[in-house]
Write a protein that binds this ligand. Structure first.
Ligand code: GDG
Length: 479
């Protein structure tokens, strides 16, 4: 067994919750990258002497562990080759498309797999050093699927949880992966494997039965050594109250008014906000909107579509192609259908501060979320959290995890352009009573199930697994 460290709770994720930046005086420093996950986990980390292990981005080596605002952070180094093979390659060009219904063709390369294995091993070894005797380790996402088993081998005393943020594919697709068995065995190192939806947990259990041959009963896998692994759904959420509070500030309200005026005060503003990713269905939704203008159902004087596409994975070929495709489509739509000062689509390839996002959510009458496949989709929940006046419409793909909870959205099939067009028009024409009824119900769901509740329920379920010697994670202090 490796020597133990002092952390009672260790988070292992591909990314650290901070970015490496150059400070105004020219020296290197850190900037907190705000995300729901950190907000939710931070109080629990404080209470449990927590440590977060992750990659800060870039290829700088020799970075020392440090404390940021009470959180112990361990930056992991990746070489340029590992960034290419583990991160851009196996994680984002093999697993990402494979787990999202093969929306793009996954590439299988043996060198990428070797690099994925090596990086997972290094993360597992570092977690083994950092964790105290009997500690809890919570491993996150598709880049780290081998860590649970590697870590268990080094430290059988630990309680290990794993959460997958993206979908887990149906068995027929997962079978394509040449390393399918290794991935399943990697995950089985955990005591609890969490997914966004129960369907994904069922896919996993079925695969383990078929491919690895272990006995299973409902959500439990029985391993030959007597250990059990539970697979269950924990739908992730957002810092709902935080978003609502931000949306209620005067600055955000003023900015929302400014945005509408700058758009030419149209009757209705449609909005899309996504990482620029081929799973998000950006192309299809813009086409549907453009056709409505072509058909004469909508007029550019009445309706405008604002699309924010945050730059993402720009070194990966598929993402470059997508960017060019969207650029071309937007150019063509505006060229064909726009008027002077009134483009049909206002397109931004940029990322914005949280305040600006909240202002956009406040400015939009119709939020359009149309992924072909999405683990959850937090943007849909963020929009709902910001609509404290119970107005605004949400058009939501039935293939986003969020569709299981946000039942009152106008749910669409993103492959069905006509169906999407009808939903846009229904949302456009909906009366206030209908909008209020739907939004109220969705807000209840989002406000009552926030990311803190998500983290607490995962850790509670992990505490409840019968890991032999492990300690219990203490919940965050109230208030
Ligand atoms: C993965 C899964 C799952 C986007 N642009 C800006 C910005 N954002 C924020 C959004 C939202 C987040 O990024 C994106 O989260 P999503 O859930 O929509 O999508 P993925 O990035 O694909 O996330 C997904 C999630 O993990 C969590 O488990 O829901 O299914 O794919 O919070 O608001 N934030 C700021 N500026 C931007 O320009 N500040």
């Amino acid at each position: 067994m490796a020597t133990s460290g002092s952390a009672d709770l260790v988070i292992v994720a591909n990314r650290l919750p901070v970015d490496r930046v150059t400070l105004p005086d020219g020296s290197p420093g850190w900037r907190r990258s705000p995300g729901g996950l950190v907000t939710a986990i931070e109080p629990i980390m404080r209470e449990n002497d927590g440590t977060w292990i992750g990659w800060p981005g870039g290829t700088e080596s020799g970075l020392e562990p440090f404390t940021d605002d009470g959180m112990d952070l361990i930056p992991m180094t990746m070489s340029a080759e590992e960034v290419e093979e583990h991160y851009e390659g196996f994680s984002n060009a093999t697993l990402w498309p494979l787990y999202h219904d093969v929306v793009a063709k996954p590439e299988f390369h043996r060198e990428w797999w070797d690099s994925y294995t090596a990086v997972n091993r290094r993360f597992a070894e570092r977690a083994a050093e950092a964790a105290a005797e009997g500690a809890t380790v919570w491993v996150h996402d598709y880049q780290m699927q081998l860590v649970p088993a590697m870590l268990r081998e080094l430290r059988p005393d630990l309680r290990i949880g794993f959460f997958l943020h993206i979908p887990f594919p149906p068995t027929e697709l997962f079978q394509q992966l040449p390393w399918r068995r290794q991935i399943l065995e990697g995950l089985l190192g955990a005591d609890l494997v969490g997914f966004q939806l129960s369907g994904a947990a069922q896919n996993f259990v079925r695969l383990v039965r078929q491919r690895v041959g272990h006995k299973t009963h409902r959500d439990v896998v029985y391993l030959p050594d007597g250990r059990t692994v539970r697979a269950a759904a924990f739908p992730i959420s957002i810092d709902s109250r935080g978003f609502e509070e931000l949306a209620r500030t005067e600055e955000v309200e003023e900015r929302a008014t400014e945005i509408r005026a700058a758009l030419g005060s149209p009757r209705k503003v449609f909005l899309g906000v996504d990482r620029l990713d081929y799973t998000k269905g950006i192309h299809a939704r813009l086409r549907a909107f453009a056709e409505l203008i072509e058909d004469g159902a909508l007029d550019v004087e009445d309706a405008v579509f604002v699309q924010v596409a945050t730059p993402s994975r720009e070194q990966v070929e598929q993402y470059r192609i997508l960017r060019d495709d969207i650029d071309r489509l937007v150019g063509r739509i505006n060229g064909d259908l726009g008027k002077i000062g009134q483009p049909a689509i206002s397109y931004f390839h940029a990322s914005y501060p949280r305040e600006e996002m909240a202002a956009l959510f406040r400015a939009a009458d119709i939020m359009v979320v149309t992924p072909y496949r999405d683990g959850m989709n937090l943007v849909a929940k963020e929009y709902v959290a910001c609509r404290f006046e119970n107005d605004g419409a949400l058009v939501l793909s039935e293939f986003a995890g969020a569709a299981e909870e946000l039942r009152q959205a106008w749910q669409i099939n993103p492959y069905d352009i006509n169906g999407m067009k009808s939903a846009f028009m229904e949302a456009y024409r909906a009366d206030d009573r209908d909008l209020t009824r739907r939004m109220k119900a969705m807000r209840k769901q989002v406000m009552e199930h926030d990311v803190a509740a998500w983290a607490a329920s995962f850790l509670q379920a992990l505490n409840d697994t019968q890991a032999s010697h492990a300690k219990i994670v203490r919940p965050a202090k109230q208030g």
